[in-house]
Ligand binder design. Structure first.
Ligand SMILES: [Zn+2]
Length: 297
């Protein structure tokens, strides 16, 4: 798809949005019929022939009631979908010629849509679990290393292949206040399906997960190098570190989870890059609009 020659106007974007959102045709919000008058040029709405109601194809989505045009939204989704490392609000604001705050809001809305999509799935089968710490480097150098770093729990699923290397599957991330039995158990139970075979490094902080319906393989790290015991999670963590350093130059605790959600969403669809634009657009269409105050929270 040649993006920039396809999406040339607001109306083209709107038609595409309608196709993706309503594959069987857009129904009138009031009467359900699907027959509309031609779109008025100056109104982002289609009038129903039966009941005369003006239908806005973006109603109820994150695109609704924003001052940003659909064309700008489409470009933003395109850039976020195809940039391998993710996009900073600064870069997006420069690309689109928008205020930083507007670009930040757009990214924030997109990340919520991504998070909602991924929250619909749990990891299953074989899962490695570990933790890492993420912080902003400027703060870290000022106040001494480690003091303001946020613990992040990491889970990565994998598939054992007979006689070959295991294949890495999907990932989940959660920023927590502390790594302890409560946060670990809660993370695993909400992100990993019961019956899964869990592998951890055997540190005492990881409680036995057997009583929660998992098979738990606690391999003592001391005997082997950590990256050999948990290879999938360790590769994933090193990629995440590059993302944090490269794209964002470190991440402070504020809004950390939404950056993690974006990274996971991208990682979980790394083999479907060709479909990323449509997938992300669909995710955005399913994410309902939120008041501005909720975004700032
Ligand atoms: Zn109607």
């Amino acid at each position: 798809m040649d993006f920039f020659t396809t999406f040339t106007s607001e109306e083209v974007c709107e038609r595409y949005l309608i196709e993706v959102r309503f594959p069987g045709g857009m129904p009138c919000l009031r009467c359900g019929k699907k027959d509309f008058y031609a779109r008025l040029k100056d109104r982002r709405a289609y009038q129903c022939k039966a009941c005369k109601f003006f239908n806005r194809p973006t109603a109820g989505t994150i695109f609704h009631r924003t001052h940003t045009s659909l064309l700008e939204w489409f470009v933003a989704i395109f850039l976020v979908a195809f940039d391998k490392r993710g996009l900073s609000a600064l870069l997006l604001s420069e690309e689109l010629g928008l205020h930083y705050r507007t670009a930040w809001d757009m990214l924030s809305r997109m990340r919520r849509a991504m998070a909602k999509r991924d929250a619909a799935y749990k990891l299953r089968g074989y899962v490695e679990i570990d933790e890492m710490f993420i912080g902003a480097p400027s703060e870290a150098t000022k106040r001494g290393r480690g003091t303001e770093k946020t613990p992040v729990l990491v889970a990565v699923s994998y598939v054992p292949v007979k006689g070959k290397e295991e294949v890495t599957g999907f990932a989940k991330l959660r920023a927590v206040d502390a790594i302890n039995e409560k946060t670990v158990v809660d993370f695993i139970r909400t992100q990993v399906e019961g019956g899964a075979i869990i592998r951890t490094d055997g540190l005492s902080v990881y409680p036995s997960m057997e009583k929660y319906g998992y098979t738990h393989d606690r391999e003592p790290v001391r005997k082997r190098k950590a990256h050999l015991v948990l290879p999938h999670v360790h590769t994933f963590i090193s990629n995440l570190r590059s993302f944090v350093q490269g794209t964002h130059h470190g991440l402070a605790e504020t809004h950390l989870q939404q950056y993690l959600d974006e990274f996971c969403y991208r990682f979980n669809r790394r083999h479907r890059r060709g479909e990323m634009f449509d997938r992300l657009l669909r995710a955005c269409l399913e994410q309902e609009e939120l008041p501005h105050s909720a975004l700032a929270a």
